[in-house]
Design a protein around this ligand. Structure first.
Ligand code: AP5
Length: 220
């Protein structure tokens, strides 16, 4: 089981890069943000527990996240290759992930840190629009749909995520600095961190990631 991680602040482009990578390499894309939004929409116990934290731009408690990811690993065949997007986000989650992968005779191969300055993150988040029907991701300036407010792929309505308003964005960026940024050092020390310039064109970012994941494996 191979595992790669997309690490980065809100709006760095983790989801956008993941779409391109999984189109080329058969990774199982695990976006904890998408899983939580689906749980909220379904009104499940996990969704009800997570909703308030998400609305405020805070992290959902580690025990909830750890349970969610363990359940996902348990549900998939043992040789599945994973691309984790938005997980881990705290040291506790990273430690749990290591233990979980060790039990499965696996490990984290690469952590791609999408590095972007704050003003770029704010511009990306405030301009993001998502298709209500198929989930396709657009940006009003960078990646606009052909027809305003309408998805190119399925004709669905485009909407703005509830946590993409400026007040909540500020909290999300602060939370990244306080609770997630330490993971950069953690994975650098492990020799698996790859820094990616998140300001680059999405095709260049995806190409960079693919070039590394396709390299033959060497011992760590
Ligand atoms: P989550 O859904 O993971 O949100 P996030 O980390 O805040 O990241 P985003 O989805 O906002 O951004 P992204 O990096 O994917 O950027 P995107 O590709 O869309 O989490 C939401 C919430 O769930 C959290 O706040 C928390 O409450 C909870 N949660 C989730 N995981 C958790 C965990 N592990 N622990 C605890 N709580 C958790 O791009 C953004 C925009 O920029 C788009 O419009 C896109 O079109 C555009 N864009 C992207 N790349 C480029 C590019 N290269 N050039 C030009 N434009 C680009």
């Amino acid at each position: 089981m191979n595992v790669i991680i997309l690490l980065g602040a809100p709006g760095a482009g983790k989801g956008t890069a993941a779409e391109g990578v999984k189109a080329a390499v058969p990774f199982m894309h695990v976006s904890t943000g998408d899983m939580l939004r689906a749980a909220v929409k379904a009104g499940s116990p996990t969704g009800r527990e997570a909703e308030g934290f998400m609305k405020r731009g805070e992290l959902v408690p580690d025990n909830v996240m750890i349970r969610l990811v363990e359940e996902k690993f348990d549900a998939e065949p043992p040789n599945t290759a994973y691309m984790l997007d938005g997980f881990p986000r705290t040291m506790e989650q990273a430690t749990m992930l290591d233990a979980s992968l060790a039990r499965r005779a696996s490990r984290v191969d690469h952590v791609f840190y999408l590095d972007a300055p704050r003003d770029l993150l704010i511009a990306r988040l405030t301009g993001r629009r998502i298709c209500r029907k198929c989930g396709a991701n657009y940006h009003m300036v960078n990646i606009p749909p052909k027809k305003s407010g309408v998805c190119d792929t399925c004709g669905g309505e485009l909407y703005q995520r509830a946590d993409d308003h400026e007040a909540t964005i500020g909290t999300r960026l602060e939370v990244f600095v306080k609770q997630t940024r330490s993971l950069i050092d953690y994975y650098t020390q492990r020799g698996v961190l790859v820094r990616v310039d998140a300001a680059d064109h999405r095709d260049k970012i995806i190409g960079h990631i693919l070039e590394i994941v396709r390299r033959p494996a060497v011992g760590q």
